[in-house]
Ligand binder design. Sequence first.
Ligand SMILES: CC(C)(COP(=O)([O-])OP(=O)([O-])OC[C@H]1O[C@@H](n2cnc3c(N)ncnc32)[C@H](O)[C@@H]1OP(=O)([O-])[O-])[C@@H](O)C(=O)NCCC(=O)NCCSC(=O)C[C@@](C)(O)CC(=O)[O-]
Length: 299
Amino acid sequence: MSLPEKVRLVEVGPRDGLQNEAQPISVADKVRLVDDLSAAGLSYIEVGSFVSPKWVPQMAGSAEVFAKIQQYSGVTYAALAPNLRGFEDALAAGVKEVAVFAAASEAFSQRNINCSISDSLQRFVPIMEAARQHGVRVRGYVSCVLGCPYEGMINAEQVAPVARELYAMGCYEVSLGDTIGTGTPGATRRLFDVVSAQVPREQLAGHFHDTYGQALANVYASLLEGISVFDSSVAGLGGCPYAKGASGNVASEDVLYMLQGLGIDTGIDLERLIAAGLRISEVLGRASGSRVARARHAQ
Ligand SMILES: CC(C)(COP(=O)([O-])OP(=O)([O-])OC[C@H]1O[C@@H](n2cnc3c(N)ncnc32)[C@H](O)[C@@H]1OP(=O)([O-])[O-])[C@@H](O)C(=O)NCCC(=O)NCCSC(=O)C[C@@](C)(O)CC(=O)[O-]
């Protein structure tokens, strides 16, 4: 299979990246991050989550962030919604696209959203219905597609039915999340091979965390499988509050650098993206998790 000519990066830094931060991050800093990312040319930014603040306190100000960001035309600004309440709050905040999130592991589903996989899928049905009524697009996530912090190995055969359900209920795209970053390129290729029998490859995305240093290799393995949408996080921000020890997503800057080297178009300005990542890293008081940013900054 030849490599895709174009790739869409789904920037999840403001949501997946920041949700795990213990230190308070001001609404102004979150807004600045989203605005910097828009200015860098990202066409899709996951801005926040309408989840319980008791479960994920850092996302509590998402409505305010949405109210204050500069929304560029042609850019999608999305939010996570775990239930109808979250969807309604997102709608009230003017959100035009939401993401629902399920898991391939029962234990992770319980820890993350306090219900079974099957109950979570049932919970999404009224969201899909309400979304259709309001013209809101819905993206789907499956977590723990290559491993679970509680159950260990997860087979592609456990992932495929969950992805199929999300697609069948109307998610226009299903992102497969290697939540704890244990996946390797071989397992990644097999995953997309198996899942694409249930959901077309054009409707699948890859979401890789870099805990074991495999994320960029997994993006490349996915490209070889014909996948052309990847979630990534500026400065490699992140982790998951319900996956202890999981590190951030693959850094957007590093994915972009690799894609540029492959001659694949994304429409994103690398230098502006690096600047956005360095700025938020400074706010967080630590070095950027992007190797490309660190290398450029050292020059
Ligand atoms: C799903 C629930 C709400 C169930 O949580 P629950 O406790 O079972 O819910 P409940 O219905 O019993 O409600 C409990 C309380 O939460 C409130 N509540 C109920 N819903 C909402 C809402 N939407 N927004 C705000 N508040 C809400 C509700 O009103 C009530 O308030 P109280 O009466 O106690 O004051 C909870 O488990 C939750 O919010 N979980 C979110 C966990 C999360 O955000 N995890 C991170 C995102 S997933 C991820 O990072 C993985 C991903 C996507 O990146 C891909 C990958 O890498 O794998």
